[in-house]
Design a protein around this ligand. Structure first.
Ligand code: AMP
Length: 527
């Protein structure tokens, strides 16, 4: 077995780690930095830039600079989230043939996994330069709250860049693993993970090397970007009030505002007041306009406290599902850059009645956990016996009249499988349709459609006679598989699968060839 790397593919930043002498270490990128912006940009000359270089292009080349693509992965173009994101993103989005969202780059479209694969490909290259040898295997992390489509799309991204995914693990679980292994503590931990685009809360029990996730909850559409957007909206509104000019229509101005907003937000984690200075933000009627505004931490907190509050019911639900009270939590671990915001720390401290652990680097701990998981898989980490994670959503099927029958409940330990018997309702019926959904809604239409499975080629028989056992399975990666068997004969029942979203294996392979082969990639450092 070659080397296996651990990758945290973040919304805003990504990180890669490995195990050295049984300990996780972060691999620096080609610029010597521990984390890399998850940004891809294409220059007018058709050159592809990754990371910091790409980020620097954001202002001058906004339509061809792709950031926060993780928020698009595994999503439908028509979903409310994507429609809302479109109003703000300086790059174009469109609808792929299967209804998935795709990114517009010049006269071509790219799928979100394809863009993510370019970030992953760069991290792979960093690891190869670090080891001086080829790397082809990885453990990759995803938000605990990612559904099947988002997980599969992330895995596809790794495949496209030439990485064989050994395991997909949940980000907070990875953080818990890295923290637990380091501190060697038994007890209950709450991992509060507020990253660039997603929020997860995980309740984990550590006991002599067994890491057992009791429950997880979260919001895959709440993160640091929403905090930036509040500042951005405030800047746009006050500029409109002062000048009558709407900056919202100007892509370049919007990009500058976005960067300034994020910078101001970061500064307010360490100072109580900051200044936002954007000279020459727009010229109108031969008059140049500038932005110069000061923002206090207090005002910023008032603008965003509802976002922080939105995380609390999720924690309550996770604790209720884990059947433990907040007072039973022994350690609170903060993960994700947005947890550096003092208000987040305060609210979490108040909620649990205890301060979060210090000495955890929220930007690196997830990748380190992924590296530990790689060590568990290849036997380098021996004192860790078992990692048991859970599925974040119920899995079920559509029944008559938009009904939803749950087959596997949320927070069930994975891998898991449930068998359900199906039969026909008409004489000589040759096919049975099973629509598989994931989610917590009580109606079928309130949940995410995963795929339609059709049991085909059923032998002609009176209604109700054929007995087909259908196995619904969620593997250790959190991915759903469905298979069927004829109860009578024990033979596999043929199943036709129509996935509701995602790339086909042929598309993934085509993209892999394109990316690992032909496209000229300029990555990393200047020059
Ligand atoms: P992650 O996905 O963990 O890389 O989190 C990145 C998010 O953390 C981004 O939205 C950053 O703007 C945010 N972030 C990073 N540093 C800080 C800071 N000092 N204060 C507030 N937010 C931060």
């Amino acid at each position: 077995m070659g080397r296996v790397i651990g990758i945290d593919l973040g919304t805003t930043y990504s990180c890669v780690a490995t195990l050295e002498g049984g300990k996780p270490v972060v691999i620096p990128n080609l610029e010597g930095l521990p984390t890399t912006p998850s940004v891809i940009s294409f220059t007018a000359a058709g050159e592809r830039l990754v990371g910091t270089l790409a980020m620097r292009q954001a202002v001058t080349n906004p339509a061809n600079t792709f950031y926060a693509v993780k928020r698009l992965i595994g999503q439908k173009f028509q979903s409310a989230q994507i429609q809302e994101a479109m109003t703000r993103l300086p790059y174009g989005l469109t609808e792929a043939a299967n209804g998935d969202v795709a990114v517009v780059q010049g006269d071509r479209t790219l799928s979100p996994p394809e863009i993510s694969a370019m970030v992953l490909g760069y991290l792979k290259e960093c690891a190869e330069s670090f080891f001086g040898e080829t790397v082809s295997q990885a453990v990759i992390t995803v938000p605990a709250h990612f559904d099947d489509a988002q997980r599969q799309a992330t895995k596809d991204a790794a495949t496209i860049c030439g990485l064989d995914v050994q395991r997909v693990i949940n980000e907070p679980t990875a953080a818990g693993l890295a923290f637990g292994l380091d501190a060697r503590k038994n007890g209950l931990a709450a991992i509060y993970d507020l990253g660039g685009g997603t929020f997860d809360i995980t309740i984990l029990e550590a006991s002599d090397g067994v890491f057992n996730v009791l429950a997880t909850n979260g919001d895959s559409y709440l993160g640091g970007e929403d905090f930036d957007n509040r500042i951005l909206e405030w800047l746009v509104a006050s500029f409109r009030a002062e000048t009558g000019i709407d900056l919202g229509a100007d892509k370049l101005a919007l990009q500058r505002l976005k960067e300034a907003a994020e910078k101001a937000k970061r500064e307010l984690s360490f100072t109580t007041e900051t200044e936002i200075n954007l000279p020459f933000i727009i010229s109108e009627k031969a008059k140049t306009n500038h932005i110069r505004k000061s923002l206090s931490r207090k005002t910023f907190e008032a603008m965003t406290s509802d976002l922080v509050e939105r995380t609390l019911p999720r924690i309550e639900q996770a604790l209720a599902d884990a059947k433990v009270g907040a007072e039973r939590i022994d350690q609170v671990i903060l993960v994700g850059g947005q947890t550096r915001m003092p208000l987040v720390k305060e609210r979490v401290t108040k909620f649990f009645g205890r301060a979060p652990e210090e000495k955890v680097d929220p930007d690196q701990i997830v990748a380190m956990g992924a590296a530990i998981q790689s060590g568990i898989l290849d036997g380098q980490v021996r004192d860790l016996v078992l990692l048991l994670d859970v599925t974040p959503f119920a899995l079920g099927i559509e029944t008559e009249g938009d009904g939803y029958e749950r087959i596997i409940e949320r927070n069930t330990t994975v891998p898991t499988r449930k068998v359900k018997a199906f039969t026909t309702v008409e004489h000589n019926q040759r096919r049975v349709r099973i629509h598989v959904l994931q989610g917590e809604g009580f109606l079928a239409s309130m949940n995410k459609s995963l795929a339609v499975f059709e049991l085909v080629g059923i032998e002609p028989a009176p209604a109700g006679v054929p007995q087909i056992d259908v196995t619904f399975e969620i593997n250790a990666d959190g991915l759903v598989r469905v298979s069927a068997k004829d109860k009578e004969t024990g033979l596999s029942q043929k199943v036709e699968v129509r996935p509701s979203s995602g790339l086909s294996p042929a598309e993934v392979e085509e993209m892999r060839q394109r990316q690992t082969g032909r496209e000229l990639a300029k990555t990393g450092v200047d020059g």
